[in-house]
Design a protein around this ligand. Structure first.
Ligand code: NAP
Length: 320
């Protein structure tokens, strides 16, 4: 079988498509024939070797895949060969023709969701779900700003929050991205590259500010977010690529709070709840992963370069 392999940490070019031995499931394990693998920003941080989670070398990147169960090991009873599934983490990596997983890492992929869409479920939708339901307990009627709404997590959050009854404000950096954010459910859209957009956001809330902000680029925006918060408002730091200066008094005046998490740190019980919620949303059509670009598996280096560039449009997925 073919798989992307990383033998040394470094730039996108360290990812090579190679032949590797076929996989056999051990007890409690599943082999999935991967039809699509989702590319997440953390895959790029991990590849450089400076991320909090540093895999032993060589390794195959990717936690998010979708495909068909090929074989199951002894004791596996939740899935059988032929089942359509999406993966939430794997043992051997999703950027490959086949991936070995634990039984607990595969979840049923509803019939109306394509494999490419299924590859965009776990990290983006799991993150949005944890931020809205578990971390901040968002309530219908609250005003939410998704700061960075055009990418994987942002689109997931917009769809989910709209279905939950929140008033959704979303930002993007291109016209195409803005149209997508609007189409997927935002009531108001703003271009985060345009001067004056923060004032426009405040105006759109009637000067009251947002009850909730999901922040995709905290090192750039956190200081300003605190000035956009309503009384008792909460900011959730989801993405950050550096340090930032904030004015704590902005929080104090509003009795506001800053929350932060990584999906790696959630509990087993939280994860179980997340999958139940996501599968229901995928089935009933409120959650519709957007695939902006499909690339062949061999083009993983290009995918890693492009995911960090401006102009997000849902997900980039790799097709083995
Ligand atoms: P993505 O698909 O690459 O999307 C990136 C988003 O950030 C796009 O909407 C992009 O908008 C936006 N952005 C760019 N410049 C911005 C600015 N100045 N202000 C606000 N937004 C800006 O990435 P993703 O998968 O959605 O992930 C978003 C971030 O969250 C990444 O940093 C990722 O590492 C992190 N993340 C964290 C967790 C966790 O567990 N905490 C989980 C998933 C993701 P345009 O391209 O339209 O400008």
């Amino acid at each position: 079988m073919k798989a992307i392999r990383v033998h040394e940490f470094g730039g996108p070019q360290v990812m090579k498509l190679e032949d590797v031995p076929d996989l056999k499931p051990g007890p409690g394990q599943v082999v999935v024939r991967v039809h699509a693998a989702g590319v997440n920003p953390y895959d790029t941080y991990m590849r450089t070797g400076v991320y909090a989670v540093k895999p032993p070398l060589p390794y195959t990147p990717g936690s998010d895949g979708a495909g068909v169960v090929e074989a199951v090991g002894e004791g596996v009873n939740q899935v059988k060969p032929g089942d359509r599934v999406y993966t939430a983490k794997t043992v051997t990596g999703a950027y490959a023709e086949y991936a070995l997983t634990l039984e607990s890492q595969v979840h049923p992929l509803p019939a109306k969701i394509t494999y490419a869409q299924g590859a965009g479920v776990w990290v983006p939708y799991g993150t949005a779900y944890h931020a809205l339901y578990q971390c901040t307990r968002a309530r219908a009627g609250e005003t939410l700003l998704v700061h960075g709404a055009s990418g994987g997590v942002g689109i997931a959050a917009v769809q989910m929050a709209r279905a939950m009854g929140l008033i959704v404000l979303g930002t993007a950096g291109t016209e195409k991205g803005l149209e997508l954010v609007k189409r997927e459910g935002a009531h108001h859209i703003f271009n985060h590259t345009q001067p004056g957009y923060l004032e426009q956001i405040l105006q759109a809330t009637g000067g009251l500010g947002a009850d909730l902000i999901l922040e995709m680029l905290a090192n750039v925006n956190l200081g300003q977010d605190l000035k956009l918060l309503a009384p008792h408002g909460r900011v959730v730091v989801i993405g950050s690529r550096g340090d930032v200066i904030i004015a704590p008094r902005d929080l104090m005046m509003r009795r506001g709070s800053i929350h932060a998490f990584t999906l790696w740190g959630i509990t087993e019980a939280e994860e179980k709840e997340i999958h139940a919620g996501l599968i229901a949303g995928l089935e009933n059509g409120t959650l519709r992963p957007i695939v902006g670009k499909e690339l062949p598996l061999a083009e993983a280096p290009r995918a890693h370069k492009e995911i960090l560039e401006p102009g997000a449009f849902g997900k980039i997925v790799l097709v083995p």
